[in-house]
Design a protein. Structure first.
Length: 364
């Protein structure tokens, strides 16, 4: 197995890293979180101009045919800088589902997403089904949609939704406009500052909706989307873990107690070594998962669950140690370190927490 990144992949990492360092400082990030937009439209346009919004899409759809490795690189760099732009919801989740179809409607949507002119979110989870994403109550009957979809990423700012619904014969993916009569959105912010929302459907007519996929095709597309999304957020967490570790090492070298840097104290050295080891173990699993995922089989899904479970455990250790070793400043909103722990907490609950994926791993 070749574990070396290609020249193009290294160039991508360098480009994303440099952009985030110069254009996405922590202060700028906090202003974006505090704004009413959920993201920075100017930066999103720059993402489009740099070609990042077209990364995972096929060349026939105007994209760059990038795979799990390239997406992992992007998300690892995003994680280092606590990026809150809706890349996961628009590019990974919606993009994965649209790529699974082959219609004029999906191609038009992809073109609008790549250009940065449209935002599309996926509504697949429900308030009462936990992580059983195929156990759907929100349904279509008599050409009307009724029910609730929960924790929809970037819900407030989406132009359209891809909604996973139960129809009379099977499950299906419907494309629904955000301004459709009868659809209401309850928007809120998650612990890490990301925008989410619950969608409430009350006798929403299917007249102007489009069925993108149905039956087994829809189910398989959702499963594929979930595995890819998990890979991406795990890469994001690992990027954040790396930064949490390096910031903690630097801080302990500067902070003095009893006439010497606290980094000289062996008990603190041991804690930082554990932070490093947890990050490296998670990174190793990430490497395995990104190289297996294209196979889209049971073994790759098993590795994805192992990765999610490991990242859930490791990020909590790294995040908590980083906060504690920074002392009181670790919980200050004015410093970035506590925000990494918030991000890790949010990621652990997404698409199934650690306990869920340990059980999924043993069942595959």
């Amino acid at each position: 197995m070749d574990l070396e990144f290609s020249d193009e992949q290294n160039m991508l990492r360098d480009a994303v890293s440099k952009f985030c360092e110069t254009e996405y400082t922590f202060d700028k990030r906090e202003k974006i979180v505090e704004s009413n937009l959920g993201h920075n439209p100017d930066l999103w346009k720059q993402f489009a101009e740099l070609g990042w919004l077209g990364m995972p899409f096929s060349e026939k759809n105007g994209g760059y045919d990038a795979g799990p490795i390239e997406l992992s690189i992007i998300f690892e760099e995003f994680g280092k800088h606590l990026i809150v732009e809706p890349y996961l919801s628009n590019i990974v989740m919606s993009g994965s589902l649209l790529e699974s179809t082959n219609t004029d409607v999906s191609r038009e949507l992809i073109n609008n997403i790549i250009s940065g002119n449209m935002q599309v979110s996926v509504a697949f989870s429900e308030p009462d089904n936990g992580y059983k994403f195929h156990d759907i109550s929100c349904s279509v009957a008599d050409n009307k949609i009724n029910g609730t979809k929960s924790i929809v990423l970037n819900a407030e700012f989406a132009d359209k939704f891809i909604v996973y619904l139960k129809s009379e014969n099977n499950n299906a993916l419907y494309l629904v406009d955000a301004n459709t009569p009868g659809l209401s959105i309850n928007s809120f912010s998650t612990i890490d500052g990301s925008n989410c929302g619950d969608l409430h459907f009350e006798d929403v007519s299917t007249e102007n909706t489009v069925i993108l996929l149905s039956g087994d095709d829809a189910t398989q597309a959702i499963d594929k989307m979930l595995d890819l999304s998990i890979l991406c957020i795990c890469a994001e967490a690992i990027g954040g873990m790396f930064t949490s570790y390096t910031k903690t090492v630097q801080y302990t070298k500067e902070r003095e107690q009893f006439g010497q840097p606290i980094s000289n104290f062996q008990v603190l050295q041991h804690r930082m070594v554990e932070m490093f080891m947890e990050t490296e173990i998670a990174k190793s699993l990430l490497m395995k998962a990104m190289m297996q995922l294209d196979a889209n089989d049971k073994e790759s899904s098993k590795t994805i669950s192992a990765l999610k479970a490991q990242v859930g455990k490791a990020s909590r250790i790294v995040g908590q140690e980083a906060v504690q070793l920074h002392g009181g400043m670790g919980v200050s909103n004015e410093m970035s370190i506590g925000h990494y722990l918030k991000k890790f907490t949010a990621i652990d609950s997404m698409f199934g927490n650690r306990i869920f994926h340990l059980k999924r791993f043993t069942s595959l």
